[in-house]
Design a binder for this molecule. Structure first.
Ligand SMILES: [Zn+2]
Length: 187
């Protein structure tokens, strides 16, 4: 049982709603962290945050009905003194790329170094992509230019990486637009 289920005065009861996490964004729309529903509701009721995404359901109390917050945004910018970085691991890269192969868009379960490590490629966010084992095997240690392949996405450090990886949760589909790396999708 999570502490989120603890009751507090002035906050609508949300016992009927399944316990879930809300994505909290800074006023700049930068993902900050995940909060429990109780905390999310408290932030909204105190005017410190506004609801951006909801699943349409309402949390009811005697006096209030509040949309279930899936994504909420602080009304005032909170300075974050340092940016946590998450290393690209198999898990974090697959998560960033939504388990989608960067070469064929099929289901991916491996990580490929776009510029192969054996040829000086670095293990960094901008050089790793999710890949299906078939593409990974076919590409081997060759450069894209050598085999005429193109990336379907431009790899970048994930915006919401620290948020998700710290919590180790499955992202809600409504979070996708707020967590996506700010990169252009190449044709
Ligand atoms: Zn593939």
């Amino acid at each position: 049982m999570s502490s989120e289920a603890a009751t507090a005065t002035g906050v609508p009861s949300y016992r009927a709603a399944p316990l879930r996490r809300s994505l909290l964004l800074n006023a700049s729309r930068e993902p900050l962290c995940l909060v429990g529903v109780h905390r999310a509701v408290t932030l909204v009721l105190s005017g410190k945050a506004v609801v951006l995404e909801t699943d349409g359901r309402l949390l009811h109390s005697e006096r209030t009905a509040l949309p279930v917050p899936l994504v909420l945004c602080l009304t005032r910018y909170v300075h974050v003194p340092y940016r946590r970085t998450v290393p690209p691991t198999r898990r974090s890269v697959l998560q960033r790329d939504a388990h989608r192969c960067a070469y064929c868009a099929g289901p991916a379960d491996t990580v490929d170094h776009v510029h192969p490590r054996s040829r000086g490629g670095r293990h960094e966010w901008t050089n790793v992509v999710a890949a299906c084992s078939r593409c990974n095997h076919r590409k081997a240690d060759r450069l894209l230019s050598e085999i005429g392949w193109h990336l379907l996405v431009t790899p970048a450090a994930p915006r919401g990486g620290p948020v998700l990886l710290a919590a180790s949760v499955r992202p809600d589909p409504s979070w996708a637009a707020y967590l996506a790396p700010q990169v252009a999708t190449s044709a």
